[in-house]
Design a protein around this ligand. Sequence first.
Ligand SMILES: [Zn+2]
Length: 288
Amino acid sequence: MLARMLRLRLLNAVAPAYFFAATAVTFVLYFCFFLPTIFPSSAQSPTGGCSASLLHTLVFLFLMLNALGNYIMTVRYPAESAHDPAAAARRVVPPPGPDGSDRVDAHYLLDGRHFCKLCEKVILRRDHHCFFTGNCIGNRNMRYFIMFCVHTSCACLYSLVLGVAFLTVEYAISFENPLTFLTLLPLSTGYFFIGGVSGLQLFLVIMLYVWLGIGLVCAGFCCQQVLLVARGQTWCQLQRGTLVESRSPWRSNLRDVFGTRWGLGLVLPVQTVETGSEDAADRKPHTE
Ligand SMILES: [Zn+2]
């Protein structure tokens, strides 16, 4: 039980470091390798190359800054019942589950509130504990978390496309055959050990798979979260099998989470819900 908690706490510390390392690597690869190679400032088409380069840089920065901005917002507005002293007073360590396990989501329900062992807080409308942000996703930061997933997914898939373009231009690797992507990693690894492929090329190939993996996982996770929000339910409820039909229509559920200015949230990592109405939504009784 103790070893499991230690593992989870270690994961809670390693996952954000992994996220920042992957972000830093993506920035370096884009500005030091992709941009100068794919869009060289050629003398033949100075304006065309320059405008394409500028356009791609703007798209890249837009996606990356929105992902980082929403990451910061997710951490800055943690989900908890901070305005509910009664819930804080009931902050006790929950007993182990029926099977004696001490799982990270072994929360208990108390008036619709959940206890997270890693955050050691009573969380309002807890959805799950996100290891990459190191805190719980719930009532206040769900909107930022979903936007974080959207922009991270787009940024990863966009980086994947640029990475493929870079390998094509720099190393003349053709991706016309769909099977190329499947055989790229084993072949590159083999050639690396016999000295036929540089360390940078192997690292780039690995990054292609990392971007593809993160991009697809974030996209799938985002779709699932939006569906749950529209149904007025949380991942916690889904895991516990306590799914009930929401009494509110899906539009109202989405508005509760994303606010009326949800369109602004798609392009800027800003608050889209008035603080007053958010507090009112927190005080709403929740049906389990
Ligand atoms: Zn938590």
